[in-house]
Ligand binder design. Sequence first.
Ligand code: PHE
Length: 347
Amino acid sequence: MSEQNNSVADAALAALKALQKEIQETVLDTRESVDEYRIRFLSRKQGQVTALLKRIPEVAAEHRKQFGQEINAAKSLVESRIEQASSSFSGDATSGPELDFTLPGREVAEGSLHPITHALRLITKVFESYGFAVAEGPEAEDDWHNFSALNFPPDHPARDMQDTFFIEPPESDHGGILLRTHTSGVQIRVMENQKPPIRVIAPGRVYRNEAISYKSYCLFHQVEGLYVDEGVTMADLKQIIHAFARTLFGEDVKMRFRPSFFPFTEPSAEVDIWWKDDALPDGGRWMEIMGCGMVDPNVLEGVGIDSEKYTGYAFGMGIERIAMLRYGIDDIRILYENDIRFLEQFS
Ligand code: PHE
């Protein structure tokens, strides 16, 4: 029995000797080799030093102490070699010494704002500086806010001016739910909830079921403007639009008000600016940038505002149109293609 015990102990000792040699001689020159080394000797499940520690009871009592001490010394050696090797790699988290620190860094790609966002922010900033607050309304709108409250009679052909995407058909409750065809419905929402003086702009996305071409798309953006107070006149409207155009297109901008029609404004006008282009025979051409007018008294009365006491003006402009003029873009569709080569030009 004791004879057998001795030979088991010898085997354990021999294993320890072999291990000590390995621990001493294994080359640790990469992070991977250090990781492997740690697992090979110290891991709780498969580590060879750990395994030897478990064999201590096999060793004869008189050798046990020394055996234990030698294993612990081996373990310390593993630990100190790991620490030493690791510190020589520190500061480099990815790989071993083959890394070339002189290589130039990788450029971090930087995003850019979409030209529509650029134009929208600019327009908003200008009107905020005139004291306008920003209001918002839903893109899925009901008939009342998009048409009826804006003085479009039920079967008036004016409703055909705008081809509409319906979500619920006109025959259903509320006269249908639709994708708003303009931001003018926000005027109604604001006046329903606020008493004059009112001075807001309402930027947002609008939808029209139109043939797609270089100048029209099925969705686009508008900025609505509304000012209601005592004694507001057409002269105030012209003044603010002129100031706006000067800020956006330069002090010498040439613009004109052209009589027009909208059911919710009376009188109504469209605003054109002169777009210089030497390639054209006249050296340029008139470009429409917005519709506007004095809020129709019917609209004010419909939302409970006394039209004897208060008057107001409203305007609505297409943001794409303004972005295209400012940035020299000649096809609206490119604004919706998300072509990185195009978008990168606006960073
Ligand atoms: N809502 C009109 C359109 O989309 C523009 C407009 C707004 C006209 C406000 C007058 C007043 O064409």
